[in-house]
Write a protein that binds this ligand. Structure first.
Ligand SMILES: [Zn+2]
Ligand SMILES: [Zn+2]
Length: 215
């Protein structure tokens, strides 16, 4: 009897818990988006690059986008750095609540949209480069930062790629994972947040990656 009841209640309880985590994640992303807008206001309208260094080889451990937001005072400093102080946090706004402690590696679960292979994306950021906020047309239709996954880095990555430029597979690509009951969350360049199913992101539905945008 008790086992049967537990069997009925546990899935409902888990579902409610994950719903709470997903809304907490959206709230984190909203704050990160506001921090990005403030950062641009103080940095000649430039959003944060993936890293201030010009390439992977000369990336500076203290200058990941997460560091820029925390060190610039745009986000409260985390209590615990995972690879102090190189961009990876374990708590606070930069930590997705649906990522377990032992899954944290290259970020707290969030990543910036980067696309090393193709520079046509108006919302693309990479090593040493980022868009100017005011130059981006359709800011409300392009994503900037989202839940992130890369197989090499357990369950987290600090950048993610366009699914139309680089196919998303679970063993190869930095992408938005189905972390929140089959979906992932993102903040757009105008600061609004949204959660969508994995296949919505993977299909570049509504061209939120700016892959089809003509400039
Ligand atoms: Zn999340
Ligand atoms: Zn693309």
């Amino acid at each position: 009897m008790i086992a049967i009841l537990a069997g009925m209640l546990l899935p409902a309880l888990n579902k409610a818990r994950e719903s709470a985590r997903a809304s907490s994640c959206l709230s984190n992303l909203r704050q990160i988006g506001q921090a990005e807008q403030m950062y641009a206001g103080n940095n000649d309208d430039f959003l944060t690059p993936l890293n201030l260094g010009a390439t992977w080889g000369v990336n500076n451990d203290n200058n990941w986008w997460t560091n820029l937001l925390v060190n610039g005072g745009y986000l409260p400093p985390p209590k615990v750095w995972h690879w102090e102080p190189s961009g990876v946090v374990k708590d606070g706004v930069l930590r997705c609540p649906s990522v377990n402690d032992n899954e944290i590696s290259a970020s707290g679960g969030y990543a910036l949209f980067e696309n090393v292979a193709a520079d046509k994306h108006p919302n693309r950021a990479s090593y040493g480069c980022a868009p100017k906020l005011g130059r981006v047309r359709n800011a409300s239709g392009l994503i900037q930062i989202a839940d992130s996954y890369h197989y090499q880095y357990k369950n987290t990555s600090i950048g993610f790629l366009c699914p139309k430029c680089t196919e998303w597979t679970f063993s190869s690509t930095a992408q938005i994972p189905p972390r929140h009951r089959g979906g992932g969350n993102a903040v757009f360049l105008d600061g609004h947040v949204a959660g969508h199913p994995y296949l919505y992101w993977k299909g570049n539905s509504d061209d939120v990656f700016g892959h089809e945008v003509k400039r």
